[in-house]
Design a protein around this ligand. Structure first.
Ligand SMILES: Cc1cc2nc3c(=O)[nH]c(=O)nc-3n(C[C@H](O)[C@H](O)[C@H](O)COP(=O)(O)OP(=O)(O)OC[C@H]3O[C@@H](n4cnc5c(N)ncnc54)[C@H](O)[C@@H]3O)c2cc1C
Length: 484
């Protein structure tokens, strides 16, 4: 496409390819700052799979920070936050550091719909039935080509187009890692045997077969997970016969399964994009990283990428971003994805039925009785343990701040507009010429043990102290030149 592209002024600030959870979240974040956003989505209908995902603590906090939590809670079921690391059944440690210390089970198509609605309410333009097939960039912008030959232009483009990302491939960004070694079948169906029979069989098998379950899902439907015989073509849905065969192989019976609602298969490929940015094009979500679904982290990770990138890309478009700001997206999020990939690799080993991994699993199960071990693992899975490297400073620097009581109500209630926030317990600090980008709350009673604290729009602590000059340096570091 390169030679045919005509450069010129862009009619959109940002084009997002893919309206999955990552793309929709990013579109909304950009709209908070008035950025003109066009989202291109190839599908015309909502997804047909009913994959139930878990929104973990940090994602629920993000929803609270943007005023979306009540909407999301209406559609999901709250469950305890514990028991997610390698499906080892341990309750969450006492006093998890969050006002939202639970997991929300919610169907993925519902969370996608809610996020897309939110983006549209904020003014994002979403076009379905648009498949991106080509792209080219120049000094001023990016041109995309659609399957129907149409060309569109924007100043920046973000590929949120999932694991098989066309954008990543067109950029030639490497995606190193491991191919899938084992596939798992997953679906919802009815069974032909009594519940007692299932309970006994599943309990026995569950001691060693951690990639197998058969759980009642309500209204006579069962959720079934069983290892597949071989790595297959994941574009092709499995058949009910395949489920029956695999259930017989693993459990000695197919439980008389019938009347499937949906059937799917997933692999355990683990890959991470070499870079998240190539000029004016960025990658986020599954387009940038894939890993097995154990621990339920993929969607959460993508939504959190979008939350990190949104305000930075908006600052770039609006012209107030300090030079390295956009590149902090990769600097901060690439290591987080590396860590998630590693923890899923470790969890997959712990699911093996081989004696060695089983012994390690028993040992880890014992270790998780130590509060600190259990806490460490949960903080990893829920992402509340993430600490970005903002340089030397107190432990809170670079971490997200939990939702705390402030005199105006709850802290997260003050972050709905996606702006920075100075929390000033000294009552003598100022945001000066940054008042158009950063709010200030003077509150000596705020429930945090520091004199002053600067929060970025993503809720991470960018500065701690009581010295105005030092604060000004940090405001400039994150929010650019002061106005006037
Ligand atoms: C069985 C299973 C269970 C899971 N459970 C969990 C869980 O509990 N918790 C969790 O956090 N994650 C879970 N995941 C992972 C989660 O589903 C993904 O990480 C998540 O969907 C990634 O979101 P995304 O927006 O980055 O990509 P996607 O959801 O893949 O969205 C990409 C979008 O881009 C569109 N697109 C693709 N190519 C183009 C193109 N060329 N032009 C235009 N549009 C395009 C697609 O149609 C799609 O809508 C699970 C995954 C599986 C397989």
């Amino acid at each position: 496409m390169n030679s045919q592209v005509t450069a010129g002024p862009a009619s959109n600030d940002v084009i997002i390819v893919g309206c999955g959870p990552t793309g929709a979240m990013l579109a909304a974040e950009l709209r908070l700052h008035g950025v003109r956003v066009l989202v291109l989505e190839k599908e015309t209908e909502p997804k047909s799979y009913v994959r139930i995902v878990g929104l973990h603590v940090r994602s629920l906090e993000l929803m609270a920070m943007r005023g979306l939590l009540d909407r999301v809670l209406q559609h999901g079921r709250r469950r305890p936050a514990g028991g997610f690391f390698a499906a080892i059944h341990k309750p969450a440690p006492q006093g998890l550091d969050s006002a939202h210390a639970y997991l929300l089970g919610i169907p993925q198509p519902v969370i996608e719909r809610l996020l897309e609605e939110h983006a549209i309410e904020l003014g994002a333009q979403v076009r379905h039935g648009c498949t991106v097939t080509g792209l080219a960039q120049d000094d001023e912008g990016v041109t995309v080509e659609l399957a129907d030959g149409q060309r569109l232009r924007a100043r920046y483009l973000v590929g949120c187009d999932g694991a098989r990302s066309t954008v990543r491939k067109l950029l030639g960004v490497g995606f190193p890692g491991e191919p899938s070694r084992a596939d798992t079948l997953m679906g919802e169906m009815e069974v032909g045997v009594p519940q007692e029979e299932i309970t006994a069989r599943v309990r026995d098998l569950g001691r060693t077969h951690h990639r197998f379950w058969l759980r009642p899902f309500g209204e006579g439907i069962y959720s079934v997970v069983v290892p597949a015989a071989e790595v297959g073509d994941r574009a092709q849905p499995p058949t009910l016969d395949e489920f029956r065969r695999q259930l017989r192989a693993v459990a000695g019976t197919d439980f008389g399964v019938h009347s499937p609602r949906w059937l799917s298969r997933f692999g355990d490929a683990t890959r991470l994009a070499e870079r998240y940015r190539a000029g004016r094009v960025l990658l986020a979500g599954d387009a940038a990283h894939i890993h097995p679904p154990i621990g339920g982290q993929g969607l959460n990770l993508g939504v959190q990428d979008a939350f990190n990138l949104g305000w930075k890309l908006a600052a770039q478009v609006r012209g107030w971003a300090p030079e390295p700001l956009l590149d902090t997206y990769q600097a901060e999020r690439h290591p987080v994805a590396e860590d998630v990939l590693d923890n899923t690799r470790a969890q997959m080993e712990l699911l093996s039925a081989e004696p060695g991994p089983q012994a390690v699993r028993r040992l880890l199960t014992e270790l998780m009785d130590f509060e600190e071990v259990n806490r460490h693992l949960i903080e990893k899975i829920t992402a509340i343990g993430v600490r970005y490297d903002f340089g030397a400073g107190p432990d809170l620097l670079g971490r997200r701040l939990r939702d705390i009581d402030v005199k105006a109500g709850r802290l997260y209630g003050l972050l709905h507009r996606g702006r920075g926030l100075l929390l000033d317990r000294t009552e003598r600090l100022s945001v000066g010429g940054w008042a158009d980008r950063v709010d200030r709350l003077a509150d000596p009673t705020a429930a945090v043990d520091v004199p002053g604290l600067l929060l970025r729009p993503d809720g991470h602590v960018a500065w701690i102290g009581d010295d105005q000059r030092d604060l000004d340096d940090h405001l400039a570091r994150w929010f650019g030149e002061p106005a006037g």
